[in-house]
Design a protein around this ligand. Sequence first.
Ligand SMILES: Cc1cc2nc3c(=O)[nH]c(=O)nc-3n(C[C@H](O)[C@H](O)[C@H](O)COP(=O)(O)OP(=O)(O)OC[C@H]3O[C@@H](n4cnc5c(N)ncnc54)[C@H](O)[C@@H]3O)c2cc1C
Length: 212
Amino acid sequence: MHFALPEDLQQFQQLARTFAQEYVAPRARKWDADKWIDDELFVKAGELGLLGVYVPEEYGGCGQGLLAMAIITEELARHCGATALAITAHNGLGCGHIKLAGSKEQHQRWLPKLAKGPELAAWCLTEPHCGSDAAALTTRAEKKNGGWVLNGQKLFITSARRAAVLVVMARTKPEGGKDGISAFVVEKGTPGLILGEPEDKLGCRGSDTVPV
Ligand SMILES: Cc1cc2nc3c(=O)[nH]c(=O)nc-3n(C[C@H](O)[C@H](O)[C@H](O)COP(=O)(O)OP(=O)(O)OC[C@H]3O[C@@H](n4cnc5c(N)ncnc54)[C@H](O)[C@@H]3O)c2cc1C
């Protein structure tokens, strides 16, 4: 069996490795102490294509898949778990969900911006009473005046404080378990969107983990 990576992924691996060694590693300790990764990391990551891994090339991304994401995560996590967490959550959760299930209008509006950075996409599923059991979530979404009003609380949301958009899972039908849940793109600055104090974690402290 042949396990070697294809050439384009080897190049991706080398790019992520060099970035992690030369830029991330010397700064990781400071970011951990500050409990905040400098914005510049996300500017540079955007320039290198690390914020648009799943984003199609027509929207300014790399059009890559899960294997590329795993390779990048491995290279970043070797030097800084917080950087790996922030970049992986942005690509795989927030940005990935918009790419997977968003409308064409949402793709055009958000994917080019998110692939460029430095603002990220956060993803809000977990609630104070449910994590693994996601179908038990109680955040509600109600149609009002031609739009939607969301009410509820989310917990442990990665990069909520540096997100341009938050993808929020909410219940559109009181019944129906997982089938009554939809995802909404909520913009930073939306009235009523309140971000709490970041968790004081034991590790990965540069990545903010926030109640919403
Ligand atoms: C650093 C960090 C970042 C995070 N970022 C995000 C984010 O960006 N967005 C977001 O929505 N959430 C985020 N989370 C939340 C994370 O997804 C949840 O913590 C996770 O889903 C587990 O949920 P829980 O904490 O409620 O634990 P629980 O669901 O209560 O699980 C506790 C333990 O019980 C086990 N368990 C649960 N159910 C079963 C079962 N049926 N059978 C056997 N074992 C079971 C679990 O494996 C676990 O060991 C983050 C969490 C952390 C720590």
